[in-house]
Ligand binder design. Structure first.
Ligand SMILES: [Zn+2]
Length: 414
């Protein structure tokens, strides 16, 4: 069996420097056109592929573009993106059942030039998820032997007349996010409002937590990129910690207002996109040109607040990547609270034994095309991108999210 660590070592070796164990992060991002482009929709259907086996993509967040029996008990699925060019981070999600209980082997393949990223998860109820048994999990060994990223993965699965869901990460779609927001809304210091519509007309909601009259604001964003569920889980833990009843957060809520957009890209999330919105665009490259409704409405909201005399102190945009990393603004640039972000991160890490945060400040001249660079540039909020590893243990994600909330509150109340 090809070990997963081996894959990551060669895939990212080029980004590591000799003698320094910390991941250097992704290559700097480049300006691209964010003019709306067409997307390809999936054919939503249940595939009855014979021998009493059934596969379906008829649910929100699903992605399954084709399927074939390729052996006695082997099924090959094809996963393709919403459009191209696109980052090689293929999202997949489908459900399967069988007329009779049996074991099948599932091979997940992609269109040419795409590498496999996410370790498959399964669920019997679409709520609790577990990783596929590693004993039967195989990556594309030919590519791996040539020190190339794997093009497919395969694994065994027990199927029965009861539905089993398979997905790249836990399936958390806009309905689930609505439900979570509705749980917080009854709190006396929380308001929930629709701030606008997505490209295809879905509501984009905002939670406001704290003193609605306050001119001291914090901005929180998540799910610009649909599959980035581990980042969303960190945002969830962060926000829930801000809602706890203790004197620290009570003082913070009296003094500040935290504005949270838990799902920037509901179209992409529900359509099972790899990365883009329904306008076929990576939203986190549209913070300079503002050609997409999702980025426009956040900018408008922030501008309206600033016109009324408010000031944004912190902005955090939650994402996922291969490992935990924080992308911060160049320390040579000064915003509304210079130096506070590295202090918040360092103090949050101290709450977690053995955790050494990986911080990568951006270049001073980084383009303002991503949320954090743009929000820093336009509003001088101390902005950073909070990236969570795809496979970071979920309990650690929660601890870190809570620790970051506590640390931010302590620094903002100083
Ligand atoms: Zn992202």
């Amino acid at each position: 069996m090809i070990k997963r660590w081996y894959y990551f070592i060669f895939l990212w070796a080029i980004l590591w420097s000799c003698g320094d164990k910390q991941w250097k992060g992704q290559e700097p991002i480049q300006r691209v056109s964010t003019e709306t482009r067409p997307i390809q929709y999936q054919w939503k259907k249940t595939y009855h592929i014979g021998k009493g086996l059934h596969f379906s993509n008829e649910f929100d967040g699903a992605r399954l573009n084709g399927i074939a029996m390729t052996g006695e008990e082997q099924v090959t699925v094809l996963i393709t993106p919403e459009n191209t060019p696109i980052n090689s981070s293929p999202w997949y999600a489908f459900k399967v059942w069988s007329d009779t209980p049996r074991n099948i082997r599932i091979k997940i393949t992609y269109n040419e030039g795409v590498s496999h990223r996410y370790y498959p998860k399964y669920s019997q109820d679409c709520k609790t998820w577990a990783k596929i048994d590693s004993a039967s999990y195989l990556l594309d060994s030919v590519s791996v032997a040539h020190k190339e990223a794997p093009k497919f993965c395969e694994f065994d699965l027990s199927v029965s007349p009861d539905t089993t869901w398979i997905a790249a990460q836990e399936l958390i779609v806009s309905k689930d996010i609505d439900r979570w927001e509705a749980q917080l809304e009854p709190l006396p210091f929380v308001t929930l409002q629709e701030i606008g519509k997505s490209r295809s007309g879905k509501p984009i909601s905002m939670l406001q937590i704290g003193n609605p009259e306050s001119k001291k604001l914090v901005m929180i964003l998540s799910r610009q990129h649909p599959p980035e569920v581990s980042g969303w889980l960190a945002m969830k833990a962060f926000v829930e910690r801000l809602c706890v009843t203790d004197s620290l957060t009570q003082n913070f809520r009296n003094e500040y207002l935290t504005c949270v957009v838990p799902c920037m890209n509901p179209d992409g999330v529900d359509l099972g996109h790899w990365r883009h919105n329904a306008g076929g665009i990576d939203l986190n490259r549209d913070w300079e040109a503002f050609r997409q409704p999702e980025t426009q409405l956040i900018r408008r909201f922030m501008q309206d607040k600033v016109i009324k005399g408010a000031k944004f102190y912190i902005a955090i945009d939650f994402h996922s990547t291969f490992e935990d990393i924080y992308y911060t603004i160049s320390p040579r640039l000064k915003g509304n609270m210079p130096g506070v972000v590295p202090q918040i991160i360092a103090a949050s890490a101290k709450q977690i034994p053995g955790y050494v945060p990986n911080i990568r400040p951006n270049d001073k001249d980084a383009p303002h095309i991503s949320s954090s660079e743009s929000i820093f540039n336009a509003f001088h909020a101390e902005a950073f991108t909070y990236e969570v590893g795809d496979d970071t243990p979920r309990n650690l994600i929660q601890k870190k999210g809570e620790a970051t909330a506590v640390s931010m509150v302590q620094h903002l109340l100083k």
